[in-house]
Design a protein around this ligand. Structure first.
Ligand code: GRF
Length: 248
């Protein structure tokens, strides 16, 4: 069965919106992927994300009562959104919305879930915890959202090294740069129906990574459909890239 494309993409963001900007640039850019950012909402009327969206001519809205699922659903219906993308949205998505957008609701988290996820794990708290634990690797996770916070089925992960002398700020900046590359690829793949959430709860499909522009490391975690992978070749590439990226 072919999955219908999810062309109209709504984004919810609470903060500055640098991930939103990466999405806006991706979908508005030359040779753009299928899909349009049709609406951007925020629980904070002064959020930078709303300014970024408005400056690119995208309709915006304030989510005045974030816990009210019926209101948020009405806003999403008015925008005719068929894919909902969270980009630094700090409010819990009401269960009615999670259910209505099952398999069509994505989040990005600046760590390798299930580590460093859940209550209280947002922003600099995540990178502080990574450093406090002495991790040598952190990363980015893009996942479908289900009813359990930060636990939905994983679409892609990308490791990021923790380097000697890192502070939460330097580590966070390194992670954020990866987020900006990974999230548009994931959103585009789900929008195009190339990556789907199956009824069995597993993610199926593969991301399309432009070979001319991809960094060497990008293929690390972008293999949601294990059956489609040449395991020997990919593990060997993975190992040689690890040497490059994790010199310690
Ligand atoms: C990002 O680190 C994202 O992973 C997390 O919140 C942050 C939002 O940053 N969910 P920005 O507003 O996109 O710059």
């Amino acid at each position: 069965m072919t999955t219908p494309p999810l062309s109209r993409i709504a984004v919810l963001a609470s903060g500055g919106g640098s991930n939103l900007q990466a999405l806006l640039d991706h979908f508005a850019g030359a040779g753009r992927s299928h899909g349009t950012i049709c609406w951007v909402g925020s629980n904070r009327p002064g959020a930078g994300a709303l300014t970024r969206a408005a400056s690119m001519g995208v309709e915006t809205g304030v989510v005045a009562t974030p816990h009210d699922g019926a209101s948020l659903l009405a806003q999403l219906e008015a925008a005719r959104a068929d894919l909902l993308v969270l980009a630094g949205y700090l409010k819990l998505i009401p269960v009615e919305v999670v259910r209505a957008f099952h398999g069509r609701l994505l989040n990005i988290h600046p760590a390798l879930l299930p580590a460093f996820g859940g209550a209280g794990m947002y922003g600099h708290h995540i990178h502080e915890a990574v450093l406090a634990h002495g991790n040598t690797v952190t990363g980015v996770t893009v996942h479908f959202v289900d009813e359990a916070y930060d636990r939905g089925p994983i679409i892609a992960q990308w490791p990021v090294p923790v380097l000697p002398g890192d502070t939460p700020a330097t580590l966070g900046a390194r992670v954020l740069a990866v987020e900006h590359q990974l999230y548009p690829l994931c959103v585009a793949a789900v929008a195009a129906g190339a990556v789907t959430l199956n009824a069995d709860g597993h993610v199926r499909g593969q991301l399309t990574v432009p070979s001319a522009s991809r960094p060497d490391a990008i293929r690390f975690g972008i293999i949601p459909d294990a059956q489609a992978v040449d395991t020997d070749r990919d593990l060997s590439a993975f190992a040689s890239e690890l040497v490059h990226f994790f010199p310690r």
